[in-house]
Design a protein. Structure first.
Length: 150
């Protein structure tokens, strides 16, 4: 019994001495954003129907992201939207600020990027730092922005 006690005590002393002689662990440096990355404001503007004032949201963006990712990122800033996921096709925005598709005159939410109509959905169309996304509630094809190629 004494031998076991002496053995256990010796092992504990050796472990204690090793932990005292090992260099202290260096703290992990904080993660810092790449100072060369370009961070700019990206805007999302909602043009409400019936002569209601437009609403504008801005967020700092340092990399490309999809229009839907931008919209989700703005939820904390009270940007409210609804959408439906169609398997194989992606998300369709079904409402913004409580105004749902379709409207009384067959209006739908449609978007433009930098005043050019999008040819892709919110899951596929990407925006980069400095871009502006405009949402319009209008009949299909009657957007007040340029068509692609104009």
């Amino acid at each position: 019994m004494r031998h076991r006690f002496a053995l256990v005590a010796t092992i504990l002393v050796v472990l204690l001495l090793q932990s005292c002689t090992q260099p202290a662990a260096t703290p992990t440096p904080p993660i810092v954003a790449d100072s060369t990355a370009q961070v700019q404001m990206t805007s999302l503007v909602v043009h409400l129907p019936d002569s209601l004032p437009s609403k504008v949201w801005e967020v700092e963006v340092g990399a490309e992201l999809t229009v839907r990712e931008l919209m989700v990122a703005l939820r904390d800033a009270q940007f409210i939207f609804t959408d439906t996921l169609y398997p194989g096709m992606g998300h369709l925005v079904t409402g913004i600020a409580g105004i749902k598709n379709p409207g009384a005159n067959d209006e739908y939410w449609q978007f433009c990027i930098d005043n050019v109509a999008s040819d892709r959905g919110v899951d596929e169309r990407k925006v980069a730092p400095g871009h502006q996304v405009d949402w319009h509630y209008s009949k299909y094809g009657e957007l007040p922005c340029k068509k692609i190629g104009e």
